[in-house]
Design a protein around this ligand. Sequence first.
Ligand code: SF4
Length: 213
Amino acid sequence: MTTTRLAVAGLTPLSTCDWPGQLVATVFLQGCPLACTYCHNPSLIDARVPGSVEWASVLDLLARRRGLLDGVVFSGGEPTRQLALRAAMLEVRELGYGVGLHTAGVYPSRLEQVLPLVDWVGLDIKCVPRLYPAQTGVNAWGKAFASLRLVQRAGVAMQVRTTVDPTVQTPDDVLELTSLLATLGVDEHVLQQVRPDGTTAAYQEALHAGQPL
Ligand code: SF4
């Protein structure tokens, strides 16, 4: 699969926070199989929507920013959904940049294929296993767990992140998740506050009322 098939929905030319400690360009890939309650970029979910940024323009940016950027983060959407991701990572590495990946781990076999090209993973573990359907619309815990194990076995640097959604998760649920991840050997787990901007009106109302969606 070549990079001409890569559907790029957006490009942030400079980010200081998408890969801790690194100056990166962030590439947002179109399409995601999940439907998180708090998704603040729902326009990225539909996999049928074509990309709006040419991959060639990403490569142009990287050619111009040599020495100024440390790496490229592939984000989404769910970047591992796209089969052209591996070819894109190879091109980024050939230009001398590091590769970071944001993923919810929902395609473990595709993740396994690209992991040898990845220097750092930001893995979203959304919630405790039983809440996955309510949090993401999909019973995706098994896949997320398989991905966690793959990254651990590969020895790739990883930060596990959870966006705490108070319309789905109680403080006890969050404590349970933190404890579960510690049991699974996760040593960097970051809790993120939900951001209402870009979410649906129904979600913003539920968040404001402190009620389930
Ligand atoms: S994984 Fe990200 S892009 Fe996909 S639905 Fe959830 S928040 Fe939105």
